[in-house]
Design a protein around this ligand. Structure first.
Ligand SMILES: NC(=O)c1ccc[n+]([C@@H]2O[C@H](COP(=O)([O-])OP(=O)(O)OC[C@H]3O[C@@H](n4cnc5c(N)ncnc54)[C@H](O)[C@@H]3O)[C@@H](O)[C@H]2O)c1
Length: 324
């Protein structure tokens, strides 16, 4: 297959590029590197099946040659990233998604949208099934991301209904693994970085809020299966093993051998209190279920962070304010 991966220079997108290339697909990765890292795909330079184009998908998405599928992952994804780039986040969810959909329709290609569990907002229904409509504050601080993804889902669905586009929607829950940026502000990467640096692990609220953490290899298997199917979704992809943030802190301390303490800070506004996917649809329709335990996933991720520690400490130094 010839697959266009928008956001392929990011955490999930680069693992998706790897998985597609491994099975012999041709991959065209389009990324503006606004939150991605060239290092994520550096090992693919010179691979005969891989092309990298640095471009903003909100401007245009014109691709030479055959296209069998478009996997649309481009979007800031972590709270610090979308708070820093609120208008760009809304633009990539709206204009960017439409450009990716137009490309797919023009080439009669499969289109897969990387949506998110954030469409459920701070859910009043638990665990979350795909038929739950969510609880999102449209003017809250998280709205730029949550509503951009909700709009992207609506747009993709309208393309399916009006233009018979071959559209599939995935709602991805918290995913972790190698290539997360140490300072991306996500809880797993933050805890690992703090534990390896011997700093206290910062917990927002009392740490009783829950998340369900899926290892990246599991998640990417699900995306590939969705690309290969003609399912419309939405399908939840995530690991239903729910953990409190406090439990996660203990797991990270165990995986790193760190004796870091815990530091409690006020809970951010609109922070979801509970998150757990119901994945029966993905299990029945895609034959997909996660296989990597959190202990094993953290072991792999910590190993990767350790190997990149020098770079992480350089990044931390660069972030310190310069005193003149
Ligand atoms: N990682 C998760 O836990 C998670 C959970 C739910 C949904 N998702 C979704 O999966 C996708 C990938 O997330 P990620 O964790 O890999 O984030 P990431 O920030 O590592 O990757 C996103 C990539 O998109 C690129 N990008 C952003 N705006 C762009 C634009 N206008 N044009 C071209 N490229 C652009 C960035 O440079 C980056 O490489 C996102 O759409 C995100 O919403 C991720």
């Amino acid at each position: 297959m010839h697959v266009v991966v928008t956001g392929g220079g990011g955490f999930l997108g680069s693992h998706l590029c790897d998985a597609l290339l491994r099975r012999g697909d041709h991959v065209l990765c389009v990324d503006d590197l606004s939150t991605g890292d060239p290092e994520n795909t550096a090992h693919l330079a010179g691979h005969p099946g891989f092309t990298f184009v640095q471009a903003d998908v909100t401007a245009a998405l014109e691709v030479p040659g055959p296209v069998d599928a478009v996997a649309h992952l481009a979007s800031p994804a972590s709270p610090p990233d979308y708070h820093r780039r609120p208008l760009a986040t809304l633009a990539v969810g709206s204009r960017g998604t439409e450009n990716a959909l137009r490309l797919a329709v023009a080439r009669r290609a499969r289109f897969v949208l990387a949506s998110t569990s954030e469409v459920y907002g701070d859910p009043v229904v638990h665990p979350q099934r795909e038929d739950y409509w969510g609880n999102v504050n449209p003017v809250g601080p998280r709205s730029v991301y949550d509503e951009a993804k909700r709009f992207a889902e609506a747009l993709s669905t309208a393309y399916r209904r009006t233009l018979d586009a071959d559209v599939g929607i995935l709602r991805i829950f918290n995913t972790y693994g190698p290539r997360m940026r140490p300072h991306d502000g996500r809880v797993v990467s933050t805890f690992i970085r703090q534990a390896l640096d011997g700093e206290p692990l910062t917990i927002y609220g009392d740490g009783s809020q829950t998340r369900s953490f899926c290892y990246v290899d599991d998640l990417v298997r699900g995306i590939v299966a969705m690309i290969d199917s003609d399912l419309p979704g939405p399908l939840n992809l995530g690991n239903p093993s729910e953990r409190t943030v406090r439990e996660l802190a203990e797991l990270v301390r165990g995986a790193t051998g760190s004796e870091s303490g815990l530091e409690f800070r006020p809970l951010p506004v609109d922070d979801p209190t509970r998150r757990r996917p119901v994945i029966t649809r993905a299990q029945h329709q895609l034959g997909w279920f996660p296989q990597v335990t959190i202990e094993e996933g953290l072991r792999q991720t910590v190993g990767w962070f350790r190997s990149r520690r020098g770079q992480a400490s350089a990044e931390r130094t660069a972030r310190k304010p310069v005193r003149c």
